[in-house]
Design a protein around this ligand. Sequence first.
Ligand code: NDP
Length: 265
Amino acid sequence: MRTPCHIHRVDCVIDATCQPHTPSTRYAGAALSLGAVAPYGRYADAKALGISDWGPKVPAQLAWCLQELPSLVVPLVCLVRRGWGPTKATNGVLLLCFLAHYANRALVYPLRIRGGAPPPLYVMASAFSFTLVNGYLQAGALGGPWASAVPGDAAFGGGLLLFGAGALGNAHHDALLRSLRLPGETGYKVPVGGLFEYVSGANYLCEMIEWAGFALACRTRAAHIFAACVVFNLAPRAVSHHAWYRDKFGDAYPAQRRALVPFLF
Ligand code: NDP
């Protein structure tokens, strides 16, 4: 259950980050705030950017499937076009990594959601637009003749390792969250196990590692921009989740646990 205290805190985050110094800092603050409390999940009914009703909602399973599907479908559609496709094995491997992530996110993850809060249609549409454009950009960057990843190169190998570790860690910590609810339950409990013993945003931390590894291995501008977007999206949300847990569970929430980076932040 979200508490009035939490809603107040969300408004404080918005107010603090939207204090207008210049128009650009105001817009940057607003964008970060929206990332911090993007109105889905536990914040689906919270006031964000002064708006408390974000319109009609979509069942969580359907929303996650539809909003993530473009990043799976768009590269596949590109692949069947004549004259298109990775000409280097390294790019092919990286494209497969991208497709594997989105096959899981669009087709497997939604089926496993337990009691997920229905997000507003607006949020689903925003995510859909992002995965549509991003799917095209990553496919385009990896699908041309200008392969940038080099076989045997430390950045390629190290990046792939990071990607794999991040992807497995993300799936594992998503599963830990899922296991907190019995079938039919919808409430929130203190996350336990894995990196949740150190940080509130363990699934987010792993997702950031995953896409940082991808960017390292790809060496494309598109992958670097995507990795930065993931950080801008998930880091503020991890901070928000952390504050929310502290509000909700008080002394029952482990005092040594940080928001996103073990022992530091
Ligand atoms: P959350 O951690 O907020 O929620 C994940 C799921 O677990 C939801 O179904 C949520 O239910 C449930 N849950 C969360 N905390 C608890 C708890 N304490 N007790 C019981 N159940 C809980 O993650 P998101 O929904 O924001 O993201 C889901 C996945 O998508 C993550 O792996 C994330 O990394 C990824 N993602 C990636 C983005 C990117 O830019 N690449 C952007 C956003 C997400 P409920 O819905 O009811 O809150």
